[in-house]
Design a protein around this ligand. Structure first.
Ligand SMILES: Cc1ncc(COP(=O)(O)O)c(C=O)c1O
Length: 430
């Protein structure tokens, strides 16, 4: 073992600082056998059920002469026929002119936002867009980034007006506003009010000098014809200049595409550094993505989407009907914002965030883990900054009994805390 160097000491100090501040992330250990999955992004259960494994083997058989490697960068060496075919197929599923493959959703967002907006352009983004969008925007050349309050139409509209006041070229239609939104917000589980945003933009920007960019990471495969996504569900494909669809959530694999025009594709191939300076995707990854698309666009996908929706509805219905919900909510022990209006939504997202009081989320998550329910836990980056809670991911293959069991465990924990809170209040009054 080498002696402790300055590098080692500094690293340890910064980890220690994080530990003291309570922001050191320790990944949970792999789930114990028998643990029920309410934590992974495999929301259609394509991967955990092994349905995807079987389809993957079929896809491999269909292409039995495959070469594994991509043999180099896709720009210099050119894409393989299978990559081109896969991109064209994915574009057709989503009703887009082109699809450009990236190794992950993170890469796709960074690529787009760091390379496409130009000096003079303004980006207006929801305050809760994914970290990868934030990272990309900050690396890019846009003249300004304006953040609006999450899902708030007044704030969205005020941001446009402010951009027009500050940047005469925007008001005159000589520079572009790019709007960045997510379809389903991973951090809060809610849905972008896209229609109102589209109408507001078209009213306030009569020169049509704007482009909507929507990140469909959490809606890909879950809604829309053949699982084609949120914009397709509403028939808004033409209103979205760019759609970013990732494969690491409901599709159960990895990778992503930027959907847009042929010019968008050519621009990315020319300027996205994480396409230009990296090796292209290898065959097994593409075959897994193809296999997943074979499933989501067929009957299997339809069946699993229905099952997922049914499960999320069962969760909300059971939570709403719980006799202790009113009490624990009144005492501030639990807060589930998405419970409000759940029946009115055209569809549900699989993400349910349950906020706890400060310092209590790990107690809840530990209790759930003890009862063999795995959820995502903690503060930021799993729930919005400054808040604490657990994030529950509901899956197509969760059973009603599992959902009820999870709810019972959450409510039993909450009631125990309610008792303790009430007793403490009584004591303080004495
Ligand atoms: C909204 C959103 N965009 C992008 C990503 C990144 O996708 P990937 O995991 O494929 O890098 C995520 C994943 O957490 C996400 O939630």
């Amino acid at each position: 073992m080498n002696p402790d160097t300055l590098f080692d000491q500094q690293l340890r100090n910064s980890l220690e600082t994080r530990r003291r501040q309570g922001s050191l992330l320790i990944p949970p250990s792999p789930p114990a056998p028998g643990t029920v999955d309410f934590g992974t992004n495999d929301t259609l259960s394509l991967s955990s059920s092994r349905v995807l494994s079987h389809e993957f083997l079929r896809e491999i058989e269909k292409n039995s002469g495959f070469a594994i490697g991509s043999a180099g960068g896709r720009v210099g060496g050119g894409p393989s026929a299978y990559l081109t075919e896969t991109e064209n197929y994915i574009a057709s599923v989503h009703g887009a002119e082109s699809a450009t493959y990236f190794n992950s959703g993170y890469e796709a967002n960074v690529a787009f936002w760091s390379s496409i907006p130009k000096k003079g352009d303004v980006i207006i983004h929801d305050e809760k867009v994914h970290a990868s969008t934030n990272d990309g925007m900050r690396k890019g050349r846009a003249s300004a980034l304006i953040r609006f309050t999450h899902n708030d139409c007044d704030s969205f509209s005020e941001s446009i007006k402010s951009a027009c006041r500050k940047f005469p070229d925007i008001a005159a239609g000589k520079a572009v506003i790019l709007f960045a939104v997510d379809s389903f917000y991973s951090i809060s589980g809610d849905i972008v009010p896209i229609h109102r945003f589209v109408i507001t933009a078209s009213e306030l920007l009569p020169h049509k000098n704007y482009a909507f960019v929507i990140d469909e990471a959490h809606s890909n495969g879950l809604v829309g014809p053949n699982g084609s996504g949120f914009a397709s569900f509403w028939g808004l494909e033409a209103e979205m200049a760019i759609r970013i669809h990732t494969f690491g959530k409901a599709l159960g694999v990895t990778g992503a595409v930027v959907l847009g025009s042929q010019d968008v594709k050519l621009a990315l191939l020319n300027s996205a550094r994480n396409l230009l300076f990296t090796t292209g995707p290898i065959f097994p990854v593409l075959a897994a993505i193809r296999a997943s698309y074979n499933l989501i666009t067929g009957q299997e996908g339809e069946k699993r989407r229905e099952s997922l929706q049914k499960n999320v509805l069962h969760f909300y219905r059971s939570l709403e009907g719980h006799p202790q919900l009113e009490r624990v909510s009144r005492l501030g022990i639990l807060r589930v914002p998405l419970l409000a209006g759940w029946e009115e939504r055209p569809f549900q997202t699989p993400i349910v965030v349950v906020y706890t009081q400060d310092g209590k989320s790990s107690s809840l998550a530990n209790e759930l883990e003890r009862q063999k329910y795995r959820v995502q836990q903690g503060g930021y980056p799993f729930v919005p900054r400054g808040l604490e809670g657990i994030r529950i991911m509901i899956h197509a293959d969760n059973t009603e009994q599992e959902i009820e069991g999870l709810l019972q465990a959450i409510m039993a924990w909450s009631c125990a805390h309610a008792e303790a809170t009430t007793k403490a209040e009584l004591r303080n009054k004495l």
